[in-house]
Design a protein around this ligand. Structure first.
Ligand code: PMT
Length: 408
């Protein structure tokens, strides 16, 4: 998959640096050439010798080394790479990247590069959720840096939460997606819905759900990477708009449907949004006042339009492929099969959203792909990887002649 590709791996100082050794091994197995830049702090966790032995190349670490600069200057290091990977990406190196510092070889290479950059963050959960890191990540994303992870879980500091570096296989999958030269979806138009909807009770209150938009946004990004022209219709979320995707922001299900219908003729629709099934029939025009001793106001609900079912309706404007999601807390497969039939879509991606699974808002997802062919169980993957796999399957499906499609 990565034959002939050149990866410049920047290893910063975190306990997760040990995983970078496995990352090098896996990248080399896939035919990539790996050259390493090791920061001073990184060298406290892994030795240059280990990196050198696995990469079979010399390791660069000194900004002011006469031999390093004469043999391979910092500009040349990035010029010679197809992709820069920062793994582990510590809070410190992310802050230096965001600030545009060039205070060591790694930061200078990252500032001087015009190549794509992938960062795999690894740090303590409070460092990851600190406002400074959140702002730095936002800045870097806006500048086009791609992030993989971090994952949720137990950490070396005996804490639990987001901050674990993604596993080497996840990072390899992200690298493969970024370096995919083929654009099998070039010329195809895709529509993706993502995030929750908000249904107003009054101007200050609403009904909604826990969707973060991570899964839907990752799907939009993955389809765009394969060359599709993507329109993403998103409910209110905190995740950034994906690069290279036209993103339309909406609040309610009615607005989401209107934006989807306005997207025009599309080849594939993926409905990953958690659309509220009901809305308040008559939202109050002013804030409902709480009166002492009075009963809470009754909420009369009416059904929202079903966007997936609307897009799946047979007709000349129906996309060639309509993919829905099924968010279930029990009888996952049976309910998903039933939902596929009722809504009229081609595929359903079934996921368990019981609180214990952490699917809503989490980094990983365990899905089953339900089609006319049957039910396919996928392993638990990062949401980016679920998105990558789904996008690849969509590309494969749309490349088939219509007669073969009909059989699916
Ligand atoms: O956003 P994340 O935090 O990353 O979480 C991802 C997710 C759990 C939201 C996502 O993977 C997912 O399951 N999305 C579908 C959520 C949902 O509303 O499922 P549902 O089973 O209630 O609806 C079935 C399908 O009909 C979905 O494709 C939904 O988008 C669609 N629908 C539902 C109601 C409605 N009025 N209009 C719709 O289009």
């Amino acid at each position: 998959m990565l034959h002939g590709k050149r990866i410049l791996l920047i290893v910063a100082g975190g306990i997760a640096a040990f995983k970078s050794l496995e990352l090098i091994r896996r990248l080399r197995e896939r035919g990539a050439a790996v050259r390493c830049v090791l920061t001073g702090a990184g060298a406290r966790f892994v030795t240059p010798l280990s990196l050198q032995a696995l990469s079979e190349d010399r390791v660069y670490s000194d900004m002011f080394s006469l031999t390093d600069e004469s043999e391979m200057g910092h500009i040349q290091l990035s010029r010679d790479a197809d992709l820069l990977v920062v793994a582990p990406a510590t809070a410190n190196i992310l802050a230096r990247m965001a600030a545009g510092l060039a205070d060591d070889l790694a930061a200078t290479v990252l500032l001087a590069t015009d190549k794509p950059v992938l960062a795999a963050p690894a740090m303590n959960v409070r460092m990851w959720t600190h406002a400074a890191t959140v702002a730095n990540v936002e800045t870097l994303k806006k500048r086009g840096v791609t992030f993989i992870g971090p994952n949720d879980g137990a950490m070396a500091c005996n804490e639990h939460g987001p901050g674990r570096m993604s596993e080497p296989e996840e990072i390899v999958a992200a690298i493969e997606a970024m370096l995919a030269t083929e654009q099998p979806l070039a010329g195809k138009r895709a529509l993706v819905t993502s995030g929750p909807t908000r249904e107003a009770i009054d101007p200050v209150r609403y009904i909604s759900n826990h969707s973060s938009g991570k899964q839907g946004h990752a799907i939009a990004a993955a389809l765009a990477r394969l060359g599709a022209e993507v329109t993403l219709v998103s409910g209110p979320v905190a995740v950034a708009d994906p690069a290279g995707v036209r993103t339309i922001h909406v609040d309610s299900a009615d607005q989401m449907l209107a934006a989807c219908l306005a997207a025009g003729v599309i080849d594939v629709a993926v409905c990953a949004a958690a659309v509220a099934d009901w809305k308040v029939t008559r939202p109050a025009g002013a804030k409902i006042k709480k009166k002492a001793g009075a009963q809470p106001p009754p909420l009369e609900l009416s059904p929202n339009p079903d966007i997936l079912a609307t897009l799946s309706k047979p007709g000349p404007r129906r996309p060639a492929l309509v993919v829905g999601f099924a968010a279930e807390t029990e009888n996952l497969i049976a309910n998903a099969i039933d939902k596929r039939g009722r809504k009229g879509c081609d595929w359903i991606v079934a996921n368990d959203v019981s609180p214990a699974t952490g699917t809503f808002g989490g980094e990983r997802n365990t899905v089953h792909l339900v089609s006319a062919k049957g039910v396919e169980a996928w392993p638990t993957l990062a949401k980016d990887e679920v998105a990558g796999r789904l996008a690849a399957r969509i590309a494969l499906h749309l490349a088939q002649p219509r007669s073969a499609e009909a059989a699916e």
